[in-house]
Write a protein that binds this ligand. Structure first.
Ligand code: NAD
Ligand code: ZN
Length: 353
């Protein structure tokens, strides 16, 4: 089969590799029908995630058809259409039992992390992928939900909702600011309404992304490069600051912006993956009763979000801006890596035919 193989920092290849095979009774093999690329894949290619070794097939998002099942798999059969969650969970370890699937201790990825695809085991940017703990890590796709919609449920929608909206404790009537209008920030904007957000302010440097944000639930937009960005944000509040600030970039300055915009008693929900230390001015913050949260997605809300996609309450297809076939994988990477010029949000990569 063909797959996108990481060859060390800066290097990748679409190449012939051996077919995956069932290794444990709980495994299934999924034929990939649709996959996509995440900003995290670009981080890996830069060499920012040293745990990824050369030779690893990348990708942690995908939709496909079950082609083989292990003897221990109870809930899936050959031919089922499934969403592959970016988080595998064994369902039995102490972390899974407490609902912290992102830290599943199941032996696949012994480092105690639920994100293993395209990280610690081979991923979804391939014609086939082995899925461990399939009963807990796959979601059956109902008729009427397209692959394009479903692939947004592997990672970006649960991430924006769980680590942004739910961790930020958005409640009815809230003013929510989202710093970073990439796919994850847009997913937070799109789902903030589920918890009753009254005002959703998109903050980004890229005017194209701000324009796109308006069709993802943003009621207002602010250019973070403007010298008066903070005044512009506060103008949408009662003056005290936003109720919830969601950081969806992963830079010290954008985390700082979230702290600056927050009201006393507010919630700062950090979603961004950070590569360097941020400043946390506790000497100013301690008195402001602020809650700061962070985390890796658990993907436990995927079944709920899937229902909302199926009933057209969440228009997941909006994220898809460019379409490719699997053998155009390198072209898809090119388009996704140059989002500022191509205006790509999510590139959809599907099996030909
Ligand atoms: P992305 O790179 O597509 O989007 C980031 C956005 O931030 C872009 O629109 C960019 O223009 C904007 N930006 C950059 N600098 C800015 C600044 N100074 N002010 C305002 N905006 C600025 O990324 P994405 O795919 O949307 O992901 C967002 C973050 O979420 C990344 O750090 C990603 O690694 C992280 N992530 C976290 C989890 C998790 O479980 N916590 C899961 C998936 C992704
Ligand atoms: Zn587990």
């Amino acid at each position: 089969m063909k797959a996108l193989v990481y060859q060390g920092p800066g290097k990748k290849q679409w190449m012939e590799v051996p077919m995956p095979h069932l290794a444990n009774p709980g495994d299934v093999i999924v034929r990939i029908d649709t996959t996509t690329i995440c900003g995290t894949d670009l981080h890996i290619l830069k060499g920012d995630v040293p745990a990824v070794e050369a030779g690893r097939i990348l990708g942690h998002e995908g939709v496909g058809t079950v082609s083989e099942i292990g003897t221990g798999v109870k809930d899936f059969a050959v031919g089922d259409r499934v969403i592959i969650s970016c988080i595998k969970s064994c369902g039995h370890c102490v972390n899974c039992r407490s609902g912290l699937f992102s830290h599943c201790l199941g032996e696949e990825g012994a480092s105690g992390i639920g994100w293993v695809f395209g990280h610690l085991i081979d991923g979804t940017q391939a014609e086939y992928v082995r899925v461990p703990y399939a009963d807990n890590s796959l979601h059956r796709l109902p008729d009427g939900v397209t692959d394009v919609q479903a692939v947004m449920l592997s990672d970006i929608l649960p991430t924006g909702f769980e680590i942004g909206v739910l961790a930020g404790a958005v409640k009815p009537g809230d003013v929510v600011a989202v710093v970073g209008a990439g796919p994850v920030g847009l997913a937070a904007m799109m789902t903030a309404g589920l918890c009753g957000a009254a005002t959703v302010i998109a903050i980004d440097l890229d005017p194209g992304r701000l324009e796109q944000a308006k069709s993802f639930g943003a009621t207002d937009t602010v250019d973070s490069g403007a010298p008066d960005w903070k005044e512009q944000v506060l103008a949408h509040t009662d003056g005290a600051g936003v109720d919830v600030a969601i950081e969806a970039v992963g830079l010290p300055e954008t985390f700082g912006m979230a702290l600056e915009a927050i009201r006393p008693g507010g919630h700062v929900a950090n979603v961004g993956v950070h590569g360097k230390a941020v400043e946390l001015p506790l000497e100013e913050l301690w008195i402001r009763n602020i809650t700061i949260t962070m985390g890796l997605v658990n993907a436990n809300t995927t079944p709920m979000l899937l229902k909302l996609v199926a009933s057209h309450k969440i228009e997941a297809e909006r994220f898809a801006t460019h379409f490719f076939t699997l053998d155009q994988m390198l072209e898809a990477y090119e388009t996704f890596s140059n989002a500022a010029t191509t205006k790509a949000l999510k590139v959809v990569i599907s099996r030909a035919g």
